[in-house]
Write a protein that binds this ligand. Structure first.
Ligand code: NAP
Length: 288
């Protein structure tokens, strides 16, 4: 591409960001649409986030993605926050506005679009979430918004699962979310076929031979198993879901769509499913 004085700059801020795949998404879309835009990883060291956001503003950067560990802290340095990002308490996309950046969360709409693309519906479904970290909490909020019938949240540290369940039930105005320890699946109705969202770190590269639950009794209840991990592309959790006869998916499409939605916000465009799938193929090659 021809970089010149009119080139718009977008970037990713986080620490560390050595293995990011986001440039693949955004630079592919810029080339595809003929946008004079470049996307670069911008590592921000501890204690320098405020300076980084102010600097991006001063340089007139069009937009930023924000990743670990800054998704909550960045809320302090924005001029506006989208309501969904506010309810989740995490921002992964900054969009330039008059006087500063507005923060959005495209991770959860990204996961939702990924599920739609994979033919999974949330409405009226019983869903199990494994994990109770930052992403699990956001998934629970998404499931509530998209009218899941019941949410069963299981975590090694049950107190964290309880905090999320209490918050969800308060937001729902009724008891739709229950917290369990990891063995809690033994208490569930075995005749029901569940969607399970794997939102722990267990099974991530390099510890690829582990799943957070390894008992096949659990997997026999799972119709769809959605692992938010994408490296490796086939996790042990996914393998167990398949072995028990269910359908499994990794987190690469969530990564894809969170990026696509960010690009759409920066450039005020809509991306077709066909273009999204082109980027997806590119990501899969990059990962392999
Ligand atoms: P987090 O806040 O650190 O939470 C980690 C969760 O994993 C906690 O529930 C923790 O349980 C559990 N856990 C960790 N080690 C465990 C072990 N040995 N045994 C049992 N449970 C264990 O992490 P996060 O930010 O929510 O991220 C969660 C996952 O989402 C990660 O795998 C990340 O790669 C993935 N993710 C994917 C995308 C995407 O675009 N696809 C985007 C963001 C995140 P305790 O509470 O008991 O410690």
């Amino acid at each position: 591409m021809n970089i010149n004085a009119k080139t718009k700059v977008c970037g990713l801020i986080g620490y560390p960001i050595g293995h990011t795949m986001s440039p693949v998404i955004h630079n592919y879309l810029a080339a595809k649409y003929g946008h004079n835009l470049v996307y670069v990883p911008l590592q921000v060291e501890t204690g320098k986030l405020e300076a980084a956001v102010k600097g991006a503003d001063a340089y007139n950067f069009l937009g930023m993605n924000v990743t670990v560990p800054y998704k909550a802290e960045v809320l302090n340095y924005l001029t506006a926050i989208d309501p969904l990002a506010e309810s989740i308490g995490a921002v992964n996309t900054l969009v330039r506005t008059e006087g500063g950046y507005k923060g959005y969360n495209t991770d959860m709409p990204g996961l939702y679009r990924a599920m739609l693309s994979d033919g999974i519906e949330i409405e009226d479904r019983e869903v199990i979430i494994l994990g109770a970290g930052g992403v699990a909490r956001a998934v629970a909020i998404l499931l509530l918004q998209k009218k899941a019938k019941k949410i069963h949240i299981m975590n090694r540290t049950i107190e964290k699962a309880r905090m999320i369940a209490d918050e969800i039930n308060q937001k729902a105005g009724k008891d739709i979310c229950t917290a369990y320890e990891l063995e809690g699946y033994k208490k569930l109705d075995k005749s029901c076929k569940y969607l399970a969202v794997q939102a722990t770190n267990v099974g991530m590269y390099p510890e690829t031979d582990k799943a957070v639950i390894e008992d096949m009794e659990f997997y026999q209840m799972i119709e769809y198993g959605y692992d938010l991990i994408y490296n490796p592309a086939q996790t042990k959790f996914m393998q167990c879901v398949k072995n028990a006869g269910g359908k499994s998916f990794n987190g690469l499409k969530m990564l894809l769509y969170q990026g696509i939605i960010a690009y759409e916000l920066w450039n005020n465009i809509s991306t077709t499913e066909e273009t999204a799938l082109e980027v997806y193929e590119k990501l899969k090659k990059e990962l392999a």
